[in-house]
Write a protein that binds this ligand. Structure first.
Ligand code: ATP
Length: 223
């Protein structure tokens, strides 16, 4: 699904990713690691939002920086959510869906998956943090994505919201969707993930099945 080879990203003197090699298989992959470790940078490069400084990444066999076509085949939810303040949720989701060709899951269907149907007519600037998160999650599931990237899908949600989002992810995974999820709340994802990657200090520290990397996670992030 995603293959990175000697992938490096620098921001000035900061080395966010330091020559990483990683291959994300089909299914559900969870990426964990400490603050500032490089997880979101990896997701943004895979989504085609950042250009690698060195090395390369392939997503669905394509270079996401150069190939606009691959962006139509993926869904992405950034954290913090990147939404236009002066638009309504509906306007934003409609814009994204039309950029993807307009077919597949509709704006209302995606919004309702995340309980956002009741407020998408409001302007984004009037949303709470949890409402922004819900619209940002909906955007990743518009159309017919083959691969979905979610950065911190449980952030800013109340307990019921977290349960609902976990259930959506579990169901979508079961139905064959490929997902890459970054989450500090890693335990519930370990129960359903096929693969797990620990990124810290700009390096892939370990990667494997959840069973393989759980002992290290338990020692490093015991929460
Ligand atoms: N746009 C940017 N400009 C400058 N530095 C950046 C930028 N984005 C990330 N960085 C730096 O790159 C490093 C990795 O950041 P990144 O956001 O990828 O970490 P993360 O693992 O996602 O962290 P968190 O768990 O806190 O979200 C950090 O040192 C961060 O300050």
């Amino acid at each position: 699904m995603v293959k990175a080879e000697r992938l490096t990203k620098r921001f000035g003197s900061v080395i966010a990713l330091d020559s990483i090699d990683v291959e994300v298989p089909k299914g559900l992959t969870v990426i964990v690691g400490p603050n500032g470790g490089g997880k979101s940078t990896f997701l943004k490069i895979a989504a085609g939002a950042y250009r690698p400084t060195k090395g390369r990444v392939k997503v669905l066999g394509r270079d996401p920086w150069r190939d606009e076509g691959v962006k139509k085949r993926i869904g992405v939810s950034f954290d913090p959510p990147a939404l236009p303040q002066l638009r309504t949720g509906r306007e934003w989701l409609e814009y994204l869906l039309s950029a993807k060709g307009g077919n597949g899951r509709s704006v209302m269907e995606a919004a309702e998956m995340f309980g956002a149907g009741s407020f998408i007519e409001k302007k984004v600037r009037d949303y709470s943090a949890g409402m922004r998160k819900r619209v940002s999650l909906a955007q990743a599931f518009l159309g017919s994505p083959e691969l979905v990237f979610l950065d911190e899908p449980l952030a800013n949600l109340d307990l019921n919201g977290m349960k609902d989002v976990l259930e959506v992810i579990r169901k979508e995974h079961e139905e064959g969707l490929n997902l890459v999820v970054i989450s500090h709340i890693w335990r519930p994802f370990m129960e359903i993930a096929d693969y797990a990657v620990l990124i810290a200090a700009g390096k892939v520290q370990t990667a494997g099945s959840p069973e393989e990397i759980m002992p290290l996670l338990e020692r490093t992030f015991p929460l």
